[in-house]
Design a protein around this ligand. Sequence first.
Ligand SMILES: [Fe+2]
Length: 242
Amino acid sequence: MVELEIPLTPGLSAAADGDYDNRHRLAEALGNGLPAISSQARLIGGLLDQDGFSRQLDFSSLVESRNRLFSSATSNLVRQTCELKLPFEIDHEAALATYQVPDELVQFSEAIRMIARYEHSTYPQAQYRHGDQAALSIDQATVAPGETQRSRKLLEVHRDGTLGQWQHVYVVTDSHPTEFFEWPEPGVAGSGRGIEPDELGPALVPPEYEVAFTNSTNLHRSPVIEGGGHRTFLRLSYTHAN
Ligand SMILES: [Fe+2]
């Protein structure tokens, strides 16, 4: 386990959050009478080091040492995924966050540092529903031509998260970035799959190696990779209690 100490200095992308009102939470989607907030994704700023992020993972020791892996590596390393909780502590006085990261995932430290710095310096008052932990998803895969990495239904959009819970979601990929859409009607996790692809407006497509921030009302999808290819996907999400 590696302990990451992350100074909570603002300045990643001050302008990006000017119109984001976190207090409205699920807004109209939950019938609380507050105006809907934008579900659009935004970039938090800063490119990740490419070599570190894209390195081929070796999960084998993680599989053996912890029962926290959803699906383990296949024999030919076509796809490796893991879903785990990253515990963290925040020292507000020292403006410091401390995250515990398994040794096997240390190549993602830079991404975790950048996301944690943004989350905790932009929302210092946030309370987290499941205690102080973030949910980390890693997916590294070789995608066949004409398919997507994350979904079997091509072009279908969805919302992340759990019904009735407010999440902040951070996503970064090294190729064929996730496509995020603005949608005028707010919605919650589990809804949105019936929306026809041709009803969607233009997608916001982040640059490769750049972190996008959104919330659990956002519609998005994993893109079709026409020529196929290798892709690394990372998502870190926080379930807010307030
Ligand atoms: Fe998603």
